[in-house]
Design a protein around this ligand. Structure first.
Ligand code: ZN
Length: 505
């Protein structure tokens, strides 16, 4: 690679950043293929492919030329706020990447690829012991990773990992928000439990052919605004949204014979992620200004379409006739109200991704506390099943029946992702606060859902959030959009406002 005579330091910095991103984007498509299409026999060689790409990408992102260019381009772009923001974020990525030795990055990629595969087998067989050695390895690698990244002063190991998903997030701050949230949710749940009426569950008991469910969720995703000429929807064990860039977004969902709502909720959730990805500016592809801010902000987008839209009464006025037409005889005689009620059942359950809006955050709090223990050294892989079961009893009042419905249910730890889970709850909090502001700024927006009009909300998200890429940090964006720092109150207001009437309170 040579610097052309005409390129400025900033242009050269962008070239190098985009080259590194190309490797990451290629790995992302291989990762998607691994989860959706790859035959079993492909695993070993795929792990080597992923490890090679991880090593190459790491080398490119940590080239010493970048360090020099960061200095010279900062001077060059001092008067340009957008370019300065891009340089700031490239610097952050560079500093994070240079703290990790390439052997560790490669070993991590290999362990995570094998870990995911073995996790899927262990979960299928309900056999924690099958997964335990892989989890042990991933915990150990994460401890090493955290130590390399550097534990912030006054913080803990978990913080160093969490910072890679949600810049600036610390365990102590998370605990400070989670504890009062847990108390408020516990009293809301007790209140709902004693309420004079219970929402109808008929929608969730309907048996619906999987082909009908698939056609239905595609129709919903398309109407919300997902552009299928720039994205795909496939199936995987654990729904996710990936892809290589804004014009090639790969999302997945899953289906069961009953619980159409699970397929719909998962699809609307991933569609929210997909709409964010498709809304990022292509002119900045491969640089921070073309990337999502943080996982918490990403999750605010998925949650908004899944919950504030998909579990609203207005949505079901539009969607009810479509559901009755497309989902077969068990759904054909359900009213809009029954569909709406079915989408809003509050009941503690074992599975996080099937949890209702009120109990969801309790699932996250359990994982957060376990991760904190794994990183501090208080917990080892062998302790996870018993601790998991103990906490489900204490937080949700449930006796976990088996590991498949317990500590083997989520893909995250098998990928080596520790510090990730709390971004879901932060996402719920950002989501409620953003949505409250959107409702104030776009009169008639929610009423439009009744007619299948979702563009006003999408346009608001595009112009307030998507178009900025990583120009603003999460906290700054929240302040800019809503005029306030993040608070749990909008989420609690939203949950109480909806769930109390559904329970006759
Ligand atoms: Zn999500």
């Amino acid at each position: 690679m040579t610097t052309t005579a005409t390129s400025s330091p900033y242009q050269r910095l962008i070239e190098l950043t985009q080259e590194g991103s190309l490797i990451g984007a290629t790995g992302s498509i291989l990762g998607w293929d691994h989860e959706t299409m790859m035959p079993e026999g492909g695993l070993e060689y795929r792990s080597r492919q992923m490890a090679q790409l991880a090593r190459l990408g790491h080398e490119m992102r940590t080239a010493s030329e970048i360090s020099d260019l960061l200095e010279s381009s900062a001077e060059e772009c001092a008067d340009d706020p957008a370019r300065s923001a891009n340089i700031r974020e490239i610097r952050r990525d560079y500093e994070q990447a240079t703290r990790l030795p390439s052997e560790l990055v490669e070993e991590f990629a290999r362990a995570s690829s094998i870990g995911q595969h073995e996790w899927a087998a262990a979960r299928k067989a309900d056999d924690f012991e099958h997964f335990r050695p892989h989890l042990e390895k991933l915990i150990e690698l994460n401890r090493r990773k955290a130590d390399c990244l550097g534990v912030p002063e006054g913080g803990e190991r978990w913080d160093a990992l969490a910072d890679t998903y949600e810049p600036g997030m610390r365990a102590a701050d998370v605990a400070e928000v989670f504890t009062p949230l847990r108390d408020s949710l516990a009293s809301l749940m007790a209140e709902l439990n004693d309420g004079p009426s219970t929402p109808s569950n008929r929608f969730n008991e309907a048996v619906v052919p999987i082909e009908s469910q698939e056609a239905f969720v595609r129709e919903v995703a398309r109407t919300l605004g997902f552009d299928f000429s720039r994205g795909r929807l496939d199936r995987s064990v654990h729904p996710f949204c990936g892809g290589s860039h804004c014009n090639d977004v790969r999302m997945t969902t899953r289906f069961q014979d009953t619980e159409v709502n699970d397929a719909l909720g998962s699809t609307m959730h991933e569609t929210g992620h997909g709409l964010y990805e498709q809304g990022l500016p292509f002119e900045h592809v491969g640089t921070p200004l073309g990337e999502a801010i943080s996982l918490g902000i990403h999750e605010s987008q998925s949650r908004m379409w899944e919950n504030q839209v998909g579990r609203s009464r207005e949505f079901w006025t539009w969607c009810g006739p479509i559901a009755r037409k497309m989902l077969g005889k068990d759904v054909a005689d359900l009213s809009d109200d029954e569909l709406y009620q079915g989408a809003n059942i509050v009941r503690p359950g074992f599975i996080r991704v099937e949890a209702d809006e009120a109990t969801y955050n309790l699932h996250i709090m359990i994982r957060f506390e376990l991760e904190r223990g794994m990183m501090s050294g208080d917990l080892e892989a062998r302790d996870i099943p018993s601790e998991w079961n103990r906490m489900y009893k204490s937080y949700l009042g449930l006796d976990v029946p088996n590991h498949a419905n317990g500590c083997l249910q989520d893909v995250h730890w098998s990928m080596g992702a520790i510090g990730y889970f709390p971004t879901y709850t932060l996402g719920n909090l950002y989501c409620a606060q953003f949505f409250e502001t959107a409702c104030e700024q776009v009169p008639g927006m929610v009423a439009g859902f009744e007619k299948g009009e979702f563009a006003p909300l999408l346009d608001w998200l595009r112009s307030n959030i998507h178009c900025h890429g990583r120009r603003y940090g999460a906290a700054e964006l929240c302040q800019r959009i809503t005029g306030k720092p993040l608070s749990a109150q909008p989420l609690l207001n939203y949950l109480e406002g909806k769930l109390r009437p559904l329970h006759g309170i």
